[in-house]
Design a protein around this ligand. Structure first.
Ligand SMILES: [Zn+2]
Length: 466
């Protein structure tokens, strides 16, 4: 592999913006400076463009089956889409394995599934679906394999109860494993859904109405109390979607509790009026938690800019609209839940966040790359531009405009929840460990180039809470 020199770009990290060059050798950034020169080097001119650290999306589902249908993207399609959108590393949340399986079962299965497929690098979270001493003992092996976080669901079939959650947090907290939570109160959902079903209220909007904001807030408050009881174990709330949930997090933080929050673009940019889209179009937006009110979107934007929210991820789960329609047309509760998003995250956050004055350029980079890498144990190898780090680099054209349609996206889904949105600012080149994988909307190198990344147990840098 040739050495590469990226010249004349405007480099943007979470803390700095400067004009300069990056020298890359053997997949690693070796120098950053001005007017760099080097013999035998391939030069890429980034004049007029931003040079960003590759995006890190720490919440994807690239291999999921629900209600008998599979997501459109596997590890190849999904990570190719990621590369198109300026993301160079994903961390996948595996689905549940067979009943009673070990904690390592799904890690092994996903390592096999991803091998030779991925375009970008990838890590894996563990997932708890039941709790026994042996399951908890499995954690030590997983940490050796570079799995430094594990997920707990408070709803769905693999949900844990409070007793089990305490056992998990007691162990993960002591080990330094980060516990991530899907926070929704399952009893409230079941009760309200049953009520609406009995009344024959089966349209998509009832999906949102059966999962009200207090259903999330209650779950978050409970998680925070359980974490407190377990010696202040560090917790991470995935896809935070409500103002009231955000309030609970802000309050716990002000008392010194170690809690991180992730939001997804859908909860910033879309609201529950989408469920009324004609011709069953509302089914496109069936996901959990559901889309909320405008006031929730505004509160989450505020949380991003004031630092209460740490990470923007996607919960990418690309069920096709055709499947959603076939299964959910008569009853929202039969519709597979999940939407695609891995490809649109970085451009949307730039276009809607930076260009609309809601986020600074540096805060944008922090949210889509640096903070997720730090919190999930990938930093400083990933998530920033630094000598010694992987050369995961994105050349980003802040003036390139594209309207989102299924045809303008690389992902393997038949729709995008952001269809019709005019988005300004797109990657024109994406590099994974020094290899150009996407250039001008073409995949250059691909399948199998992406490798599994072992994540560290504790972030090397402490996350700064301003
Ligand atoms: Zn998810």
């Amino acid at each position: 592999m040739n050495d590469t020199l990226i010249k004349n770009g405007l480099m943007v990290t979470a803390s700095e913006t400067f004009r300069g060059d990056i020298l890359i050798s053997k997949g690693v950034i070796v120098r950053i400076g001005s007017a760099l020169d080097h013999p035998d080097v391939e030069v890429i001119d980034a004049e007029g463009r931003y040079v960003l650290p590759g995006g890190v999306d720490v919440h994807t589902h690239l291999n999921l089956t629900a209600g008998g249908v599979k997501v459109g993207d596997g590890f190849f399609e999904g990570t190719a889409a990621a590369a198109f959108g300026g993301t160079t590393c994903v961390v996948e949340h595996p689905g549940f394995g067979p009943e009673g399986c070990s904690l390592g079962h799904q890690i092994d299965a996903y390592l096999k599934e991803a091998d030779g497929q991925a375009v970008t690098d990838y890590g894996l979270h563990a997932v708890f679906q039941h709790v026994t001493e042996s399951v908890l003992d499995d954690l030590a092996d997983l940490v050796q394999q570079g799995v430094s976080s594990a997920k707990v669901y408070l709803t769905y079939d693999g949900q844990l109860d409070d007793h089990q959650i305490l056992k998990v947090l007691n162990r993960t907290g002591r080990m330094g494993v980060l516990t991530t939570f899907h926070a929704e109160n399952d009893a409230i959902i079941g009760f309200l859904r049953g009520k609406y079903q009995a009344q024959g209220q089966l349209k998509p909007i009832y999906h949102a109405l059966s999962r009200p904001d207090y259903c999330e807030a209650e779950a978050i408050q409970r998680i925070l109390r359980l974490a407190q009881a377990a010696g202040d174990a560090r917790v991470y709330i995935v896809h935070l979607s409500t103002a009231s949930g955000l309030e609970a997090i802000a309050s716990a933080r002000s008392k010194g509790q170690q809690v991180y929050a992730e939001v997804c673009p859908q909860h910033l940019l879309l609201d529950d009026s989408c469920y009324e889209e004609p011709n069953h179009g509302g089914l496109k937006y069936i996901m959990a938690p559901p889309l909320r009110k405008q006031a929730d979107c505004e509160a989450l934007w505020q949380g991003l800019s004031d630092g209460t929210v740490d990470v923007v991820a996607t919960d990418h789960c690309s069920f096709n609209f055709a499947d959603k329609l076939a299964l959910g047309k008569k009853d929202f509760s039969k519709c597979p839940g999940g939407i695609p998003g891995v490809e649109t995250r970085v451009p949307l956050m730039f276009s809607e966040g930076v260009l609309k004055g809601r986020l600074s350029l540096n805060r944008f980079v922090d949210l889509v790359a640096t903070a997720p890498a730090k919190i999930m144990g990938l930093y400083p190898r990933k998530g920033t531009l630094m000598p010694g780090g992987d050369a995961d680099v994105v050349i980003f054209d802040p003036d390139k405009e594209k309207t989102i349609t299924p045809e303008t996206l690389r992902h393997n889904a038949d729709y995008s929840p952001y269809e019709g949105m005019r988005v300004r600012g797109w990657p024109v080149l994406t590099m994974v460990r020094g290899q150009v994988v996407m250039q001008e909307d073409r995949i250059i190198a691909g399948k199998g180039l992406g490798k599994y990344v072992k994540r560290k147990l504790k972030p090397r840098e402490q996350i700064q809470q301003e």
